[in-house]
Ligand binder design. Structure first.
Ligand code: ZN
Length: 398
């Protein structure tokens, strides 16, 4: 059976067998050419070739059209291979304030189905687990997928998650504080459970399919109703001992500043999230404004909306300057819904960043400058990244 063979190859982390290394590289990266596999795994071309023909014969690996091998020149098609989409699937879920989103994807990285389950604000974790199980059962039945092929469920949480799966107090979803993700979902779903903070998941999505493809080291900075972030080093998201790494929103930028929801004062999130600008804009326009409204208004030339976005960019850039001074990353990706404002946000943000960080663009050559860019996924990045947790075997809860 290809399903069980794939599972055992993916789980075989210790032996270093070529087939296992190839299968893991394909699970992490999606479609690859034989040459790319050799580069990524460090295996000899002949070893890759032998292992691949065995994997193809046993139905674990299949050929796909449209692959390209950059080593052979742009646009020249090469044979690309992926894991057989029929050999395994994974589920990603995102736990938000009043809804749970779910996505089903296969091991070739194709998204099969997506659902949003709306719940009340005070829904319990147990309700979320039950509704997730029902949604998975329904999605698998509708798409004719065997339940036995489900490799694992990745869970993205709007708050820090400790390595053992416990949601930390600073979470945006209060009913989940102190809850252990594995204890809630494990017994109900009966599959390996993976979990991480939503910004960490977003970084994973950008690294696997978005603006950070090809980067092993970068920072993600998210501006939305909150401010979050992630640090990726050597292709892994830095978790921190209790899961609190990359929480850029709670870097204190003003001593004795206003109280933050986390309990500290003067946090970057207080000044760089878009909640307050929205309140001001709503008051002036006499109706409730969303981030999309604000961006549209700014694009249409509304001076006030534009000013609020620019000011947000400036203070965010100042905070990011601290992060840049500490990490000096090659790439910074701006995520969250405010990133949809594009250059209106980015121009003042980059200027403030360059002003407040140590290494200035004029100090170094092009190749050594930090590139700051808008993320590819600003809406469902966390959800995609939850699938990425399973495919890349990150955040597995033992
Ligand atoms: Zn805070």
């Amino acid at each position: 059976m290809t399903e069980s063979r794939l599972k055992s190859l993916l789980d075989d982390r210790s032996s270093g067998a070529p087939a296992s290394r190839i299968v893991r590289a394909m699970s992490e990266r999606g479609a690859l050419s034989a040459a790319q596999i050799a580069r990524l795994t460090g295996l000899a071309r002949s070893t890759v070739s032998t292992a691949l023909s065995e994997l193809r014969n046993s139905g674990i690996v299949v050929e796909v059209a449209g692959g390209e091998d950059s080593a052979k020149g742009v646009g020249r098609p090469a044979t690309a291979l992926t894991l057989n989409p029929e050999a395994g699937t994974c589920v990603g879920i995102h736990i938000a304030l009043d809804e749970v989103r779910l996505i089903v994807a296969d091991v070739s990285h194709s998204v099969i189905s997506e659902q949003i389950m709306t719940l009340g604000r005070d829904y319990s974790p147990e309700q979320a687990a039950a509704i997730t199980k029902d949604a998975i059962t329904k999605a698998y039945a509708e798409n004719g997928l065997p339940a036995s092929g489900l490799l694992g469920v990745g869970v993205s949480v709007s708050g820090p998650v400790s390595p053992n799966g416990e949601v930390q107090r600073a979470s945006i979803v209060p009913t989940w504080a102190g809850v252990n993700i594995k204890s809630v979902f494990g017994p109900v779903l009966e599959r390996p459970i993976f979990a991480d903070n939503e910004s960490n998941c977003a970084a994973l999505a950008e690294m696997m399919w978005g603006a950070a493809v090809g980067y092993e080291d970068f920072v993600l900075f998210k501006i939305d109703r909150g401010v979050g972030g992630a640090i990726v080093s050597g292709g892994r998201v830095v978790a921190g001992v209790a899961g609190g790494a990359g929480e850029f929103g709670h870097v204190s930028i003003q001593a004795g500043g206003e109280l933050c929801r986390c309990g500290n004062r003067g946090c970057l999130e207080v000044y760089a999230s878009f909640i307050r600008p929205l309140e001001q804009l709503s008051r002036i326009h006499g109706r409730a404004m969303t981030m999309d409204d604000a961006i549209l208004l700014a694009e249409q030339g509304d001076v006030g909306a534009r000013r609020l976005i620019e000011d947000t960019g400036e203070v965010a850039g100042r905070g990011l300057g601290l992060i840049g001074t500490v990490l000096n990353p090659p790439l910074i990706i701006i995520g969250g819904r405010m990133a949809l404002a594009g250059d209106i946000l980015l121009t003042p943000l980059v200027a403030a960043y360059e002003k407040h960080t140590l290494i200035k663009p004029r100090d170094v050559g092009e190749a050594l400058r930090t590139r700051i860019t808008i993320g590819k996924f600003t809406e469902n990045d966390a959800l995609l990244g939850a699938v990425g947790l399973v495919l890349r075997d990150q955040g597995r809860l033992a």
